[in-house]
Design a protein around this ligand. Structure first.
Ligand code: KIV
Ligand code: ZN
Length: 506
């Protein structure tokens, strides 16, 4: 039997962007929306047009730029909001209006000072009104988590009759227990006529840390859309995080078909975190910087004996490529394997046990170790080794008229070549010294190696800040990339440069 389709509705740009301090410029919103669409989300909630000109404009811009995913705009249950949403969505290829009203007694009495019957009429009214503009209407029963199930069922049945295609059951305050939320969805599935012709959606907040568990219970009991955000950002403690739901479904091979490609997760997580200035907590599932680090000896011992003892996800599956991994004694086997692969060393799982064991010994003994040190671990297993490696280096820096000077020692297939040079800065001096030590075949004619890009990014590794150098060299009409990481950014630069030269020499 084929898996049932589960739709992924991303609300990073609406519920996520609502968080104070997380507001994005129009350009950034469009960029993020395009990345979400490329990742494979089904629906992008692009904003709440009635909340202000900025949200209106972003729904318009995203509608024009994104054609793969459905673009959705939020409204309250009134005609003015719905008119604005319809106008903002005018250019969308696939569009949805998300309208609704609070249905719990807390909202009916405390916010609307109204009655259940009046709210029921308003719910029907907003769906019918929105239906004039757009075929696809999602209704939300705000605070459904604390809404009495009988009344909720009446509202859901009425809005389905009025034309809703999707009904959202938000646990707005994040109060429900997983069993309770699952039972609520099941109750609706069993008691609302017409419910099997529409889609029920989850929308869970994380106030008690239960958003993902509640979402999962919703799905297991019949919901076929999940509303999520990247990194779980959102009001207060946030929303259900996209990466958790996607990886639960993938890792457990749950019988649902989703279009999101996990390989995009890490990039999206970084993009959202840096655009919104919202750091991801180190131990956040899937995307935290420690999510794939093994720190305790017991875990390392287990992983050395058998990867599956403590590793359930391969970091590469969520887009953490080996160049992004700063290896440390806490890195897992998958990280090591991926790292070696980036140097052209494909190691099979049989040999990985032994190499990993020696790697942990190396990393525990030496606080700082280079890519070359790691590669030496596989020397006896692989002929295809890096030809050049940085043996030592010393740099003196200074302000004019003093010129920085670098002295280096480079190993070339076991032979030490020494050289020194001055440069306009310490990195320039080191690169000049390396260039005079390593003369490639075509260096004297038109193929001369030229540094085309150079960047340093600071990343945290454990309690330290590590500089990650990325270098691009053009040589003989080709482009070669080099990467390295070190607590000293000049060492990182030198090793990245040598890494790129090694790729030329392969
Ligand atoms: O949490 C909530 O209830 C919401 C609705 C507006 C969908 O975000
Ligand atoms: Zn919400």
């Amino acid at each position: 039997m084929s898996n049932e389709r589960l739709f992924i509705f991303d609300t990073t740009l609406r519920d996520g962007e609502q968080v104070p301090g997380c507001q994005l410029s129009l350009g950034k919103k469009v960029k993020l929306a395009k990345k979400l669409a490329a990742m494979g989300v089904d629906v992008i909630e692009a904003g709440f047009p009635a909340s202000g000109q900025e949200d209106f404009d972003s729904v318009v811009a995203i509608s024009k730029e994104v054609s793969k995913a459905r673009v959705c705009a939020l409204t309250r249950a009134n005609e003015k909001d719905i008119d604005l949403a319809a106008r903002a969505l005018e250019y969308a290829t696939y569009k949805r209006i998300h309208t609704g009203i609070g249905t719990s007694d807390y909202h009916i009495q405390g916010k609307f000072r109204s009655t259940r019957e009046d709210i029921l009429e308003r719910a029907i009214g907003c769906v019918k009104y929105a239906k004039r503009y757009v075929e696809d209407i999602e209704f939300y029963a705000e605070d459904a988590g604390r809404t009495d199930n009988d009344y909720l069922a009446r509202v859901v049945e009425a809005v389905i009759k009025a034309g809703a295609t999707v009904v959202n059951i938000p646990d707005t305050t994040g109060y429900c227990l997983p069993e309770e939320y699952g039972a609520k969805i099941r109750y609706l599935m069993e008691n609302v006529s017409g419910i099997h012709n529409i889609i029920i959606s989850t929308h869970c907040h994380n106030d008690l840390g239960l958003a993902t568990a509640n979402t999962l219970q919703g799905v297991l009991n019949g919901a076929r859309q999940v509303e999520v955000t990247i990194n779980g950002i959102g009001e207060r403690a946030g929303n259900t995080s996209l990466e958790e739901v996607v990886m639960i479904i993938n890792s457990h091979k749950l019988p649902y078909q989703i279009d999101v490609k996990p390989i995009y997760i890490h990039d999206l997580s970084n993009t959202v975190s840096s655009m919104m200035n919202m750091p991801v907590q180190a131990n956040k599932a899937i995307v935290g910087r420690n999510a794939f680090a093994h720190s305790s000896g017991i875990h390392q011992d287990g992983v050395i004996k058998e990867r599956s003892t403590y590793e359930i996800i391969n970091p590469e599956d969520v887009g953490i490529d080996s160049n992004m991994i700063i290896l440390s004694a806490r890195s897992g086997r998958a990280a090591l394997k991926a790292h070696l692969k980036s140097f052209g060393v494909d190691i099979d799982n049989g040999k990985l046990d032994d190499v990993y064991k020696r790697f942990v010994e190396l990393a525990e003994k030496n606080k700082y170790f280079s890519n070359a040190d790691v590669l030496k671990l596989v020397r006896k297993d692989y002929k295809k080794m890096q030809r050049y490696s940085l043996e030592y280096m010393q740099v003196t820096s200074g302000k004019e008229p003093i010129r920085p000077v670098a002295s280096i020692g480079v190993m070339d297939n076991g032979n030490l070549i020494e050289s020194s040079a001055s440069g306009s800065g310490p990195v320039d001096a080191v690169i000049r010294a390396i260039n005079s030590a390593i003369i490639l075949k075509k260096d004297n004619d038109a193929g001369r190696k030229t540094l085309t890009t150079f960047s340093i990014t600071a990343v945290e590794s454990g309690s330290e800040v590590v500089g990650k150098a990325h270098i691009t060299i053009s040589y003989d009409k080709n482009i070669y990339h080099g990467h390295a990481a070190h607590t000293d950014i000049i060492v990182a630069s030198a090793e990245a440069y040598i890494d790129a030269i090694n790729k030329i020499a392969e």
